[in-house]
Ligand binder design. Structure first.
Ligand code: PLP
Length: 462
């Protein structure tokens, strides 16, 4: 066993290997020496565990492949053909051209993020977006932070720490990705008082729980599931009235910050931010990158005295938004103000795309797959914690699954190949069929899509 160690090459020997020498053209010598040392150390441990010594070629190969893994951009664009418009794993909302231009402009250089150009004095980053949000929602004041989770955490910490917040038991939910109302509440130092039962909560339940330690009433939009059958929840209207009587603010965690009426598009109605404000919510929280269709952000709108307290709280600094996303959010909000959101914001373009147009694109996609694919009826999901159970009719390109004996894995094989395209294409597999939905792919990406499908088929048929 001891002998095995003697076969390990020295650091110098490895560094002078031709392929490693070539790497020195692009990478510092010190980095390569460090990587070689780390690899040799790993091999010593592996030999100690009873494994044989690798050949020098194998070592060189493994060092080269580590260098390429380290320097490949691991985070890169993909085509979302899953048919889930707001796919959290795929980065949620794609942005409008105008939003991207605005982000590019401030990313490149300096901007007046916290400079008031009129007075020449220090300004606040919030002023750039506050008026827009107030105009769009009818709120008195607004504040934008890192994301919706931090918006809720900030509000609970700043306004309800060491006090009680009353929430319906059916709304003490988990949104996904680790965001659970009871946990956020604990983190903020507020005490969660759950009232009612999982399926039914009445206004009298809230009323009975109010006491001198109560700091707020909170509603959480059950954005990723739906209760069916015998249910009852209190309307925001009634909650606001009760809050008023007891001088308690109502917090409304909407999740998806919808500004447009989803029923216009044949979807179920999703609560809108402006509705919550007009019904009297004290603070309304929503995400920038769900149905709003902008970059990741936490949008807080509501009554001025409450928003002002959030702005002054030290946690606001820890969860503040950066200049690039702020610029993208502002550009996105301007689309709503101009009444052009449906044609400019990609999420709404996808939702409003006519079925005939989707059908035409699906046929084009299917053609480039040759005889492998057919077009079938299907449904697009909104996703991203919006409209649970709300879907739109679509046309899907379906691959495989026709002959269960002959092609049990064709869907898997094509899916794998699509994942390994230069721009990976992500579909969804249902049973042994691979489904590709044109609705969640911006039409501008069709060219890339057709090339990827063509290349994949060429491989399949060769
Ligand atoms: C999505 C969601 C959140 C979390 O929002 P992020 O922007 O992802 O932090 C919080 N509450 C509700 C109701 C949600 O739907």
């Amino acid at each position: 066993m001891d002998n095995e160690y003697r076969f390990l090459p020295s650091v110098d020997k490895l560094i002078s290997e031709e392929r490693i020498k070539q790497l020195q053209e692009n990478y510092p010598h010190t980095l390569l020496v460090e990587l070689v040392r780390q690899h040799l150390q790993q091999e010593r441990l592996s030999i100690a565990a009873g494994n044989p010594c690798p050949s020098t070629d194998e070592l060189v190969e493994s060092i080269c492949s580590q260098v390429s893994t380290l320097t490949n951009l691991s985070l890169r664009p993909v085509i979302n053909a899953t048919g889930v418009i707001l796919h959290t794993n795929l980065g949620r909302a794609p942005l409008s051209k105008e939003a991207i231009t605005a982000m590019d402009a401030v990313a490149k250089g300096y901007c007046n993020l916290e400079l008031d150009l009129n007075s020449g004095r220090r300004g606040s980053r919030h002023t750039h977006v506050e008026q827009l949000l107030c105009q769009l929602t009818g709120a008195e004041a607004a504040l934008v932070v890192n994301n919706n989770a931090s918006a809720v955490l900030l509000a609970l910490t700043a306004l309800t720490k060491r006090k009680e917040v009353i929430v319906s038991r059916g709304q003490a939910v988990e949104i996904g990705g680790g965001f659970r109302i009871p946990d956020v509440m604990r983190q903020s130092g507020a005490k969660l008082i759950e009232v009612g039962t999982t399926n039914c909560t009445y206004i009298t339940d809230y009323e009975a729980a109010i006491n001198p330690r109560t700091a707020a009433l909170m509603r959480v939009h059950s954005s990723n599931f739906r209760l069916m059958g015998f249910t009852h929840f209190v309307t925001l209207d009634d909650l606001a009235r009760l809050g008023n009587q007891h001088n308690l603010p109502v917090f409304d965690d909407l999740g998806s910050g919808c500004l447009l009426d989803t029923s216009r598009f044949g979807l179920e109605p999703e609560p809108m931010i402006q509705q919550s404000i007009s019904l009297g919510a004290g603070l309304v929280f929503s995400s920038g990158d769900k149905l709003l269709g902008g970059p990741q952000a936490g949008i807080i709108v509501g009554k001025k005295p409450l928003v002002d307290r959030l702005k002054r709280h030290p946690l606001a600094r820890a969860v503040r938004i950066d200049k690039v996303r702020l610029a993208g959010l502002i550009a996105t909000l301007i689309h709503y103000l101009k009444g052009e959101a449906v044609t400019k914001v990609p999420v709404w373009r996808m939702i409003s795309a006519p079925l005939e147009e989707i059908d035409q694109r699906a046929r084009l996609w299917a053609q480039s797959l040759g005889g492998l694919a057919r077009v079938v009826e299907g449904e697009t999901m909104i996703g991203g914690g919006s409209l649970p159970g709300g879907t739109l009719p679509t046309k899907l390109v379906a691959i495989g699954g026709e002959d269960k004996k002959k092609q049990p894995t064709i869907a898997q094989a094509i899916s794998q190949r699509l994942h390994h395209q230069e721009i990976p294409v992500i579909g969804r597999i249902s049973g042994n069929v691979l489904l590709l939905d044109p609705r969640s792919v911006p039409p501008e990406e069709d060219e890339i899509m057709l090339k990827a499908l063509g290349d994949t088929t060429a491989l399949e048929q060769s």
